[in-house]
Write a protein that binds this ligand. Sequence first.
Ligand code: GDP
Length: 534
Amino acid sequence: MTDIIASASNLPPEIARRRTFAIISHPDAGKTTLTEKFLLFGGAIQMAGQVRAKGEARRTRSDFMQMEKDRGISVSASAMSFDFGPYRFNLVDTPGHSDFSEDTYRTLTAVDAAVMVIDGAKGIESQTQKLFEVCRMRDLPILTFCNKMDRESRETFDIIDEIQENLAIDVCPASWPIGSGRDFLGCYDLLQDRLELMDRADRNKVAESIEINGLDDPQLAQHVPAELLEKLREEIEMARALLPAFDHQAMLDGTMTPIWFGSAINSFGVKELMNGIAKFGPEPQPQAASPRAVHPEEKKVTGFVFKVQANMDPKHRDRVAFVRLASGHFKRGMKLTHVRTKKPMAISNPVLFLASDRELAEEAWAGDIIGIPNHGQLRIGDTLTEGEVIRATGIPSFAPELLQGVRSGDPLKGKHLEKALMQFAEEGAAKVFKPAFGSGFIVGVVGALQFEVLASRIELEYGLPVRFEPSQFTSARWATGGKAAIEKFEAANKQHIAHDHDGDIVFLTRLQWDIDRIGRDYPDVTLTATKEMM
Ligand code: GDP
């Protein structure tokens, strides 16, 4: 089988068999359930329910996680690797809540494709739309799974129309549902001419699959009641006339999405979706970088940090940098160059995330996500290479939309607070600004919930109760320009100046008017709402 993958690709077989993707969805559409079924069919777990069970065991360990559980959100992304036939799937989990969009954005820079899960009764929801827009910015290929077909759902054409209209993407049905709600029988697989029948008795059983010789095959009538069959034939005829045929290149370009219908909880349609990911990919793609793009088949190893997570294991005060390998064949113990500091780093205990366990990674290939435990050397946007000076591009940092001051409940622990804040800034969990005037810090986030998460993490991880309070500022902009222009600008606007954790200059204000004024008064200074993380 690996030969088949290799013959269709110009990449070395070990790389060509990798599929690195994320699942995007609105909360409750079924992402967790689908992930679990992926792992089940990937042989990574024995029984559905394990991921959740383990998740819960872990969650009860801390209040912070308790909060995550109470709110039904997942705050941090993790990566899971498992095999599916001859393929290696790397599934990168994205946080589902809108408050964590920046983290999600960065996660999506580390994948080659996204699976969009929608609820068949609800269609495109707000968070689906937002996440889709992020995928679009990067032209990520998207495969769609329409879930919960075992419940009353919308008409198939309505679902497809809604996706085409709201997301402006061509939709090609890969399967077609037969009946809905209580009468949902299964799907006709349009790509392989098969009938897939759902087993309602056993949720973990894979559907019965019957090879069908086209829609006129008399076998169909043995399995599908006459009226449903008539409707199916009519609808498919209409679909073939009205909807675009599957075009692999268009999918890879991100202008067409194939859609599968199914029911994750009943394990239905999941295998077909996985086959779709395996077959249509894509395989690991080149990574945008400066001064040149990095190609997966390059012999030398290059990797980019897209996420840093602190204190994953409360017993060890460690941080794990999540690295997407962009090229080469990585082996444990390798010495790589940390490009930002130009220092060598021996990667002696990298981890792979298999299901919900961590495992030492003896080797990894372009496309894989490895975790590198470290004590703060690795930051988001950092590059590891075998010596060449390359920097990942396209990993943005957004200006926060909410700003608050922060005060420690224990005034003697100012240094602790600073340390905690710097850690979160490096992790990308918040922006931390030190105003040039006065003392204290201003913390910026994208969504209000993040303040609560930060407060409980600072208390939990640093034993430091803190209070967030309103700040006189509401907007932050990074200021860049020539040295003389910046100095003049800084001197005249001291009340508004702060520095972020990288030491870059930030202009704080509560008025758009101020931002416009700077534009007029200092034509050589640029204020921006994003900065690329390097
Ligand atoms: P997430 O928030 O997107 O991760 O969604 P979950 O996977 O937690 O699912 C949300 C709810 O929908 C849970 O109660 C699931 O049991 C349920 N669910 C998931 N898939 C299906 C399905 O195919 N059919 C039905 N009826 N319920 C489902």
